[in-house]
Write a protein that binds this ligand. Structure first.
Ligand code: F6R
Length: 604
């Protein structure tokens, strides 16, 4: 949560700091601020509200400087307010700091600092840092040494950037929160995530936990906490600046829904063999010979991708189980020899998922990160990484990355199954052929979807249920999550067979039920649909065009192209993403930035 940025280079930094914050707003949007340094000291502008409010403030009351830091906030300590917005300064105003993460020992530090006479202006945990720096400066340290002295006293997770009024450099460090440098021609940048500065540079340096970076206009230096130089190479990312913009769409979410054919192609590209197998460069044949079970650990949408894969892996005779990462981290199951723990995480920075992976590592399990972000904490923490290659996802609601996660898990599952069982999965050739055609099928869904009309009809109802079996159950859960998070209306997903064990009591004529059919067990799903209709609940079937059973029973249908049953639910999910999107639009919700949520959840 929270996004931090910095720029140091030729010309004024304030405009590009605000622009980089706009690109990072998906990480937090309850307040924002920048601090710049010029010949007359540090100048700060900060505002409660969205980055747009900060932009207005900066244009009304211009501040300029060749060097600066910025922050967009998702509150953890202290309510959203101008005072709690970052940057925070020391008592003298010579030092300004932005922070992402949580400083766990801030209470004790603040008590000591206040006892020594420091005056605090906010309720944040962050504000202890500039005051700690101030103490060290007063004791004679130079700004870099003072920054190090402050960090040495912190417990928790943090990415920090600091400027001092006398130094033409940005000081930064990370422990448990992401931070990446952007190396440009006229300026150097620093941010919580690469999309922040993609319009200025594609050359990046991923920092590791414990790194301290000093960034100047034409250079950077990275050391460890003791000041010993460490080498961090410059990498070029292949994301384009347009990938991080909204283009012709009203919302990032709609853009990203429509990007799915492209992102799926990227996920699959070069990973299917001509002779009907998978070719994962990172994982040649035999890689998983020693594996006898798989644990998926993930949160939210990524958890649903895990459930989807679990239902397939079971059919392929691979023992797989999906766990909520937050539970796994605190109440882990038995982790026996031969367990492969796969952390599914779009951002690669979700604290709960990282916590679960750490538990797995401590228990001696082999770990694998399935992530969208090269250089992310999960990718670096795990023994192996498989990248889903979906491109940057900015909308807070995950869409294209779900499809790419499932597609990547189908590929990974084939590799694992062949190593574990000694033979291809049942029906491998047909499934992998269908995977090749999936982007085209998603195009067909997007071109013909009636989801907007369905959404108009049901957006205002009391409650929205989503049901399915197997992979379609995973999609029912995912569709309900998407619906509730962006419409703020009640939505729940159920295993179709479970409705009659309790939730059916809630079904009335104002409870639309979206029944997802993946082509398997159609007769059973049809019975569940009739149970709903008997209680006057309207039913929308989401099913392959060829599925007569549901088409004849449901009150209306959203169809998808017929394909392999293992992949149908990915297409159904696209329809339901559109239903959620259009319902939220009808209700005039802030679709890309739903209240109380942030894209990257780096706190537990
Ligand atoms: C929902 C959503 C969240 C994330 C969850 C995990 O639309 O986006 O539920 O899926 O916070 O995030 P990652 O995948 O980055 O670990």
């Amino acid at each position: 949560m929270c996004g931090i940025t910095a720029r140091v280079g030729v010309g004024d930094s304030s405009e590009s700091l605000v622009a980089t914050l706009e690109n990072l707003e998906y990480r937090g949007y309850d307040s924002a601020g920048i601090a710049v340094k010029n010949g007359t000291g540090l100048k700060i502008q900060k505002r409660e509200g969205k980055v747009a409010q900060l932009r207005d403030a900066v244009s009304e009351n211009r501040i300029e400087g060749e060097l600066g830091i910025g922050h967009t906030r998702w509150s953890t300590h202290g309510a959203p307010s101008d005072a709690n917005a970052h940057p925070h300064v020391d008592c003298t105003g010579r030092v300004a700091i932005v922070h992402n993460g949580i400083i766990e020992n801030h209470d004790a530090l603040r008590r000591d600092l206040e006892a020594d006479g420091h005056e605090f202006r906010s309720d944040t945990d962050t504000e202890v840092v500039p005051h700690l720096v101030e103490d060290a400066l007063d004791a004679g340290a130079d700004p870099e040494a003072a920054f190090r002295a402050a960090i040495a006293q912190l417990e928790g997770s943090y990415a920090l950037a600091m400027i001092h009024e006398d130094v033409d450099a940005v000081f930064a460090t990370r422990t448990g929160s992401p931070l990446v440098l952007g190396i440009g021609a006229d300026a150097n940048y620093l941010a919580s995530d690469v999309p922040a500065f993609l319009e200025y540079t594609n050359d990046v340096v991923y920092l590791e936990d414990g790194d301290v970076a000093v960034l100047t206009a034409d250079d950077f230096r990275v050391t460890d906490l003791d000041g010993v130089d460490v080498t961090r190479g410059v990498e070029t990312v292949d994301w384009a600046a347009e990938d991080a913009g909204k283009g012709e769409y009203d919302h990032f979410m709609l853009k990203e829904i429509h990007e799915q054919p492209k992102s799926l192609r990227q996920t699959i590209q070069g990973r299917l063999d001509d002779d009907g197998g998978v070719r994962l460069e990172e994982f040649p044949q035999g890689t998983f010979d020693a594996v006898n079970r798989v644990h998926f650990v993930a949160c939210g949408t990524s958890y649903h991708a895990g459930l989807y894969a679990e239902s397939l892996f079971g059919d392929w005779n691979v023992d797989a189980q999906t766990f909520l990462a937050s539970e796994y981290a605190t109440h882990p199951p038995a982790i026996r020899d031969g367990t492969l723990v796969v952390g599914i995480t779009q951002s690669g920075e979700t604290a709960d998922t990282l916590g679960a992976l750490e538990v797995a590592e401590d228990a001696g399990a082999r770990t694998l990160a399935l992530t969208n972000v090269v250089g992310s904490s999960a990718a670096r923490l795990c023994d192996d990484a498989l990248f889903i290659r979906a491109g940057p996802e900015i909308g807070v609601a995950a869409t294209k990355t779900f499809s790419s996660q499932v597609a990547a898990l189908v590929l990974l599952g084939e590799r694992i199954a062949r190593d574990v069982t000694g033979s291809p999965t049942p029906d491998a050739e047909a499934r992998l052929d269908a995977l090749m055609d999936l982007p085209e099928h998603v195009d067909t869904v997007l071109a013909n979807s009636q989801a907007a009309e369905v959404a108009d009809r049901y957006a205002h109802e009391d409650s929205h249920f989503f049901i399915g079996r197997g992979s379609a159950f995973a999609v029912a859960l995912e569709a309900a999550l998407k619906f509730k998070e962006i419409t703020y209306e009640h939505a729940e997903g159920f295993a179709a067979g479970e409705l009659k064990h309790g939730p059916l009591a809630l079904v009335t004529e104002t409870t639309p039920v979206f029944a997802v059919c993946n082509g398997n067990n159609e007769a059973k799903l049809e019975s569940n649909v009739r149970e709903v209709q008997t209680r006057d609940g309207p039913v929308v079937g989401i099913c392959p065009r060829t599925s007569d059973a549901l088409a004849d029973t449901a009150d209306e249908t959203l169809t998808v192209p017929a394909t392999h049953p293992d992949l149908v639910a990915i297409l159904a999910n696209v329809q339901l993403q559109l239903v959620a999107y259009h319902a939220a639009n009808d209700l005039d919700r802030p679709i890309d930035k739903p209240r109380n949520l942030a894209k990257s959840v780096t706190v537990e």
